[in-house]
Write a protein that binds this ligand. Structure first.
Ligand SMILES: [Zn+2]
Length: 186
């Protein structure tokens, strides 16, 4: 069996009724089967069936998957992030999904506030620990945590130096951050 994985948009031609039986999220116009929603095309050539899986439903982050998210808010022990990429599925989320992280899931070391660990706009590699929105995230483990950050003073990308992040423009060290082993700027 050959199943295609292609994203289609509303109105896009999926086939003809002589060829396929139109199933969910499709409509027929003059014998042509078209997509009703944005989503992933499922065309089964053996069964002669065609349908569209709605994008959001098909692409929700799932428990255990690794995602990339931007820190957008911090309130005491809670961090808010926008999940924009799923490493496991290769899918980008436009618009992003809201993710939430509790301080106990950021690091094993003792910290009192999320703002001691993350900065606004930091890109974080995280694991999804709940499959329903808002998605709960965790950055425990060496390969999780900040993978990209800019200097809050001058916006130069920070470089990893030892355990900390460093701005070569301001000559300033940023400590107490949960930096991933996979930090992107060396
Ligand atoms: Zn700087």
């Amino acid at each position: 069996m050959r199943a295609s994985r292609r994203v289609v948009v509303p109105g896009e031609e999926l086939g003809v009724i002589e060829e396929y039986v139109p199933l969910s999220n499709t409509y027929v116009e003059d014998g042509v089967i078209r997509a009703k929603v944005v989503g992933e095309l499922r065309a089964d050539a053996l069964r002669h069936e065609v349908e569209v899986l709605e994008a959001r439903r098909a692409s929700l982050p799932r428990e255990g998957e690794t995602v990339y998210a931007v820190v957008t808010g911090m309130r005491d022990v809670i961090g808010y992030l926008d999940i924009f990429y799923n490493e496991d599925t290769g899918l980008e989320y436009v618009p992003p999904y809201r993710g939430v992280i509790h301080i106990s899931e950021i690091s094993s070391s003792r910290v009192r506030s999320v703002s001691e660990i993350f900065g606004y706009g930091d890109v974080v590699r995280a694991r999804v620990i709940s499959s329903k929105p808002p998605f709960l995230l965790s950055t425990k483990g060496f390969e999780y945590g900040i993978v990209f950050a800019r200097c809050p003073r001058c916006t130069t990308p920070l470089r990893k130096r030892g355990l900390w992040l460093y701005c070569y423009a301001c000559k300033k060290v940023y400590r107490r951050r949960k930096v991933s082993r996979l930090y992107l700027v060396r």
